[in-house]
Write a protein that binds this ligand. Structure first.
Ligand code: NIG
Ligand code: FE
Length: 400
């Protein structure tokens, strides 16, 4: 990419403390695909003559968004679960939970799974997402998990979206292991996780610690194995009930703990200073009508950073809209607009270890989203279908 000067634009991101940085009249200089200056026009150095100017007519530039928790790759739907929960039980639909999706995904060809995932990624890319975390967890066998992670790897770069892969073998107990969760976890720790890690398919490891998932006792060896293999961990915890999952995950240095509807006071205290990020998934909370909410005020008091993600999946969070998730984090959970905006940019990137994304800091990738809004809070306080242009696409168009 040639050196660029973006002019006549507003800029917005959050700083490392989570404070909004909003520059109504800014410029951005880009060289070698990196940000070399982003700030007020009045403070900008003169760009050397070799920069090509792109005039943005007052549009808003933000870092591209980061969706740090998705189950992007699956087939089928979970209408049965939804209708049964809404008292509309219908015999024509199964009531199958995660295993229903495992079966539908296993039956689908790799081509079909990939096509479905691309459609979901299209929607994300159109709405400003530049990086997405993709979990396995609908395979639950060596071959099944490998197939999902291979598809995820193959999708990286599609529509300019970077994919980070997460191994979620400990998502549900396959039927053949009913009553023997320890034996299934042993299969994962002895074989599935190390093999897929050696194949370069795993960036991170996740698990589901919950009364409806695995107990923390059963999961401990799984997280220990991830640590031995040098893989960062994150965990679904305290979604449907308390299960001391957050405490365990924090002990293993988790990059993130996700859901947190039933997060305990002990876990809150333990997370303080641990660097673990709280990932909030308000669409899943809404879709499942959960009776408890994450302790947002407690997270603030303990200075635990909050990210916000879609949790895109057919069972608990059928949406690809990160902006909707951000909106719901404000309207349902009481996040402040700057927390919601930071939650889908800087904090989400941090939770994935993507050190050069999520803000307009000098040196970061110039993966920018360009919006037709007057103020960044419009992105998180409305639910209009907001299309963004990505800098790379804009440059391609100009280059013709
Ligand atoms: O993040 N809680 C476990 N996993 C998913 C649900 C996946 C599913 O229901 O298919 C979640 O909510
Ligand atoms: Fe999830």
């Amino acid at each position: 990419m040639r050196a660029l000067a973006l002019t006549d634009c507003a800029l917005a991101d959050v700083d490392q403390h989570g404070h909004l940085r909003y520059v109504p009249d800014g410029v951005v200089y880009v060289d070698g695909g990196r940000i070399v200056f982003a700030g007020p026009r009045a403070e900008a150095p003169r760009p050397p003559g070799t920069y090509r100017a792109i005039v943005l007519d007052g549009r808003l530039v933000t870092p591209s968004l980061v969706d740090c928790h998705t189950h992007l790759i699956y087939a089928g739907n979970r209408l049965g679960d939804f209708l049964a929960q809404r008292d509309g039980h219908d015999e024509r639909f199964q009531f199958g939970g995660i295993l229903e999706t495992v079966e539908a995904t296993t039956r689908a060809s790799a081509d079909v799974l990939e096509a479905l995932a691309r459609r979901r990624l299209d929607e994300m890319a159109d709405h400003g997402v530049g990086a997405v975390e993709v979990k396995s967890g609908y395979g639950l066998s060596l071959d099944g998990e490998r197939r999902i992670l291979e598809i995820a790897r193959g999708l990286s770069g599609y529509r300019g979206v970077e994919v980070v892969t997460t191994f979620l073998g400990a998502h549900a107990l396959p039927r053949e292991y009913a009553g023997r969760p320890g034996a299934y976890i042993k299969l994962l720790t002895d074989t599935v996780m190390p093999v897929l890690a050696s194949e370069g398919l795993i960036d991170m490891v996740d698990c589901f610690i919950d009364p409806q998932g695995f107990s923390s006792e059963v999961i401990a060896p799984y997280l220990a194995r991830a640590k031995e293999l040098g893989l960062p961990v994150r965990a679904h915890v305290d979604q449907f009930g308390p299960a001391q999952g957050a405490e365990l995950a924090i002990d293993y240095g988790a990059r993130s703990i996700d859901h947190l509807e039933y997060l305990s006071a002990t876990a809150l205290a333990r997370a303080q200073g641990a660097g673990t990020i709280a990932v909030l998934l308000p669409f899943a909370y809404l879709h499942k009508s959960l009776p408890a909410m994450p302790p947002v005020e407690g997270l603030r008091t303990h200075r635990i950073s909050m990210a916000v993600a879609t949790d895109l999946n057919p069972g608990t969070s059928p949406t690809a809209s990160l902006l909707l998730a951000a909106y719901l984090s404000i309207t349902l959970y009481g996040l402040r607009p700057a927390e919601a905006f930071g939650g889908i940019t800087r904090r989400a990137a941090e939770s994935l270890g993507l050190v050069d994304r999520g803000s307009l800091d000098v040196g970061n990738r110039a993966d920018l989203a360009i919006w037709e809004v007057d103020h960044p809070y419009e992105l998180v306080s409305t639910v209009f279908d907001r299309h963004s242009d990505r800098l790379s696409q804009m440059v391609e168009r100009v280059d013709g």
